[in-house]
Write a protein that binds this ligand. Structure first.
Ligand code: PRT
Ligand code: ZN
Length: 285
């Protein structure tokens, strides 16, 4: 029987969330995982635990069919891969940063300067696109200390909260790439394996949607129901049920997390009462 091979980070920032996504998709690993290769119990899936830097190459070469990795790594490695789904975790950006006390006049500031980075390819492309000539100094770790010890004039590195920059007296001046974890896949795979990938994607999308949506129940006067339906149209259309009290109904619908508070305010203004918001476990539209 065909199996789908997925490459997952062995340990680090992507590891837990990647496994959690599989678990929420109904795919469980046997105990004592953490070996190089592990087979799922309830889906024809083999999991390869590797360093995140190796994932794009493994997937491009067909060692794995698919993998979960940061877009920053995908961009740097430059292999031909298909991004099947953006996963919404491990969000960060690749940015240029310079010493805090220096004025920044714009990208030409970097002309003839020395920039330390672990992402030379992404940086070179940015500089080339802007027509800037600078010296790229590739280092593999602790990039943020390079200016302080006189190794470089600036850095190009991952920024998340920005606190690493602050504690190294640096400031972010150009954001070059926004990144999050993505599910990548080999461009060519056997039909049977592709079918398994589609099955996995179907589940992942159901999990993602459920994470972004909430089930909402509320009571409202009947004359306000048409206005409320416009605000929370739900999946097809909301359920409306009469309350025992004359002139009132209960309305059930689905609400997107991004607009949550804005919508709640509008609902209150329209006279909605007793609003309940409940997490959704899976959502299939
Ligand atoms: O061992 P392996 O090679 O597998 O792991 P790794 O050490 O290369 O990667 P890891 O686990 O640190 O990160 C994996 C991925 O998580 C990255 O490729 C990014 O896509 C994503 N990610 C999200 C981050 C961060 N946020 C992040 N903050 N990766 C690294 N950082 C670093 C950043 O370099 C900075 O120096 O964390 C530091 C703190 O960031 P601030 O801005 O919050 O202070
Ligand atoms: Zn790595």
């Amino acid at each position: 029987m065909e199996k789908l091979k997925i490459a997952i980070q062995k340990s680090g920032r992507l590891h837990e969330k990647s496994l959690e996504l599989l678990k929420d998709s109904g795919i469980n690993l046997p105990n004592g995982s953490g070996k190089l290769l592990s087979a799922a119990r309830d889906f024809p899936l083999e999991i390869l635990f590797v360093r995140d830097d190796d994932i794009p190459e493994y997937v491009a070469d067909g060692v794995a069919d698919t993998g979960i990795v940061g877009e920053n790594v995908v961009a740097e490695k430059g292999f031909r891969l298909k991004i099947m789904e953006r996963l919404g975790f491990a969000r960060c950006r690749l940015s240029l940063a310079i010493p805090r006390n220096v004025d920044y006049p714009g990208p030409h500031y970097f002309t003839n300067l020395k920039i330390a980075t672990s992402y030379p390819n992404v940086l070179r492309k940015f500089l080339d696109d802007k027509g800037i000539k600078a010296e790229i100094h590739e280092i593999s770790g602790s990039v943020e200390i390079a200016p302080g010890i006189g190794l470089a004039d600036a850095i190009f590195d991952i920024v998340s909260s920005g606190s690493t920059l602050i504690s190294n007296q640096l400031k972010e001046v150009e954001t070059v790439l926004h990144s999050e974890a993505v599910l990548v896949a080999n461009e060519k795979m056997k039909a049977g394996v592709h079918e398994l990938l589609e099955k996995l994607l179907f589940r992942i999308r159901a999990v993602q949607k459920s994470r972004n949506n909430k089930y909402i129940l509320l009571n409202a006067p009947n004359e306000k129901i048409p206005d409320i339906v416009k605000i929370i149209p739900g999946m097809k259309s909301p359920t409306v049920m009469p309350l025992a009290e004359e002139g009132w109904s209960s309305l059930h619908s689905v609400l997107n997390e991004n607009k949550f508070w804005e919508v709640i305010d509008q609902l209150k203004e329209l006279g909605a009462q007793g609003i309940l918001v409940i997490p959704i476990e899976k959502m299939i539209v």
